[in-house]
Ligand binder design. Structure first.
Ligand code: ADP
Ligand code: MG
Length: 453
């Protein structure tokens, strides 16, 4: 067919491709069209085939699984011929794909052993969907070529969307690939503390040696570098040294570098010099897939329609989703449905939820808070007003009030005979902080999660 002969110009081929795209567009939702086909670029059309460029294997697999028949069909309609659809992965396109727009942390002691990275977080059990596939592909590229492809990799996104999981997944994958690879994982807060300590103890040499000898440096939540000038200075040098030795650096943050207040311009520009990828809140498909994965990790399974219902009723991030799932599995264990798990049963769960919330007593709440912060019960309910005790105490007040619906008077009693106005103050403080302070939000979500498990 003439239209497709190799002699015709690429401009004309593009027009043919445009027509095919229009056909496809009329068949699927705008969201999916934008998500999947904005990344598919025409490379060539020949007598036999259409070659489409995609930014990652993920796109290739998904396009094939979801839309191959539709692409073939639309192609035939436009060209009058059955053509083979061929995909070519062009990782360099990832770069283009994504330029759109406190205080507890665990440094891995050296020497590094694989087990010091949380083994729960791997690339294999990271569920890939439209909202995180670019970040995932970048992670894969780094595992293939650490220090070469994208340096640094900067992953940003809201809380609970999987940044830490992905980052540690890179670490685990590289440490499997090369057990001698020296990997350091820390939060920006831990880096800061190490720095302060090193200065105080005149051990800067040790600190530098430690961080600058990493083959892979993973720094989590670097938004907390905000305003810490000296730490930033030290990090800048560490960073430069690693980069110039082609050592891989991966950073995460809850926002892109230019939105981090009081972050030195030169650090900002260094961070932007690699690859920046964001992870957004999971869309419905991804939420279902995450639920499915988390279910099978626990050796459980729920019918598809139930998973769908849970995913639909929980808009939030992966962490919340997991929390909700644990709650439901717990509920099913306590109330095993006779006729198996059906949508009705799940509906019942959600109905029940609006009336009573957690099935707990106040002792369990106090115990969980103590365990979480590693403090003793008599410290929690005691009179001391140290900062390390006040926040746990206030969180306990909030949870007792919000989840157990206890009166402020009763909560005061439970917490060592405190006045009800003190309880009101603590409760309201946390209520506010949950929306304004990510650390407190994180603590709260994690506490609730451990209350449920
Ligand atoms: P963030 O660091 O962005 O706040 P985390 O990486 O701590 O989020 O993820 C929160 C929880 O959700 C973890 O238990 C993690 O395993 C899970 N999670 C997040 N995203 C995914 C995903 N894509 N696939 C599987 N689990 C995920
Ligand atoms: Mg995190």
């Amino acid at each position: 067919m003439d239209k497709l002969s190799t002699k015709i110009s690429f401009v004309d081929k593009k027009k043919v491709w445009q027509k095919i795209l229009e056909k496809i567009k009329s068949q699927i939702t705008p969201h999916n069209f934008r998500g999947w086909f904005s990344q598919a670029e025409l490379l060539d059309i020949t007598e036999e085939q259409i070659i489409i460029s995609v930014p990652s294997a993920f796109f290739e697999n998904q396009l094939k699984a979801r839309y191959l028949a539709l692409i073939e069909d639309s192609t035939e309609k436009v060209t009058g011929k059955k053509l083979h659809i061929e995909f070519k992965i062009d990782l360099s396109r990832l770069k283009r794909a994504d330029f759109s727009e406190e205080e507890e942390f665990n440094l891995i002691p050296t020497p590094q052993t694989p087990s010091t990275l949380n083994p729960k977080y791997t690339l294999d059990n990271f569920v890939v969907g439209l909202t995180n596939n670019v970040a995932y592909a970048a992670a894969q590229a780094i595992v293939q070529n650490p220090g070469i492809s994208y340096n640094p990799l900067f992953i940003y996104g809201g809380t609970g969307v999987g940044k830490t999981h992905l980052m540690i997944g890179i670490g685990n994958a590289l440490s499997t690939k090369n057990p001698h690879f020296k990997i350091i994982y820390c939060s920006s807060e831990k880096f800061t503390n190490d720095y302060v300590e090193a200065i105080q103890n005149r051990r800067m040499g040790d600190m530098r040696k430690k961080y600058r000898s990493a083959d892979l440096l993973l720094v989590d939540d670097i938004q907390f570098f905000s305003g810490r000038e000296q730490t930033q200075e030290e990090f800048f040098h560490t960073f430069n040294e690693l980069l110039s030795a082609s050592k891989q650096v991966v950073l995460t943050s809850d926002r892109p570098p230019h939105e981090i207040a009081r972050l030195e311009a030169r650090l900002q520009s260094r961070f932007q010099g690699g690859l920046m990828v964001d992870i957004q809140s999971p869309d419905l498909d991804t939420r279902v897939a995450i639920l499915k994965a988390k279910c099978s990790e626990r050796g459980e399974s729920l019918p598809e329609d139930c998973l769908n219902m849970i995913a639909q009723s929980t808009e939030g991030n992966a962490r919340e989703l997991e929390g909700k799932l644990i709650q439901i599995l717990q509920f099913l264990k306590i109330n095993p449905p006779e006729g198996g798990v059906t949508i009705e049963v799940i509906r019942q769960f959600f109905g029940r939820q609006t009336t009573s919330k957690l099935n707990l007593n106040h002792k369990q709440v106090l115990q969980t808070v103590c365990n979480y912060f590693d403090i003793k019960n008599n410290e929690l309910i005691g009179p001391r007003r140290k900062k390390e005790l006040v926040l746990p105490r206030h969180l306990a007040m909030y949870i007792l009030s919000d989840e157990l619906n206890l009166t402020v008077e009763k909560i005061g009693q439970i917490l060592g005979g405190r006045d009800h106005t003190t309880v009101m103050h603590g409760r309201d403080r946390i209520k506010k902080l949950i929306n304004t302070d990510r650390e407190v939000q994180k603590m709260y979500i994690e506490l609730k999660q451990s209350l449920l498990s």
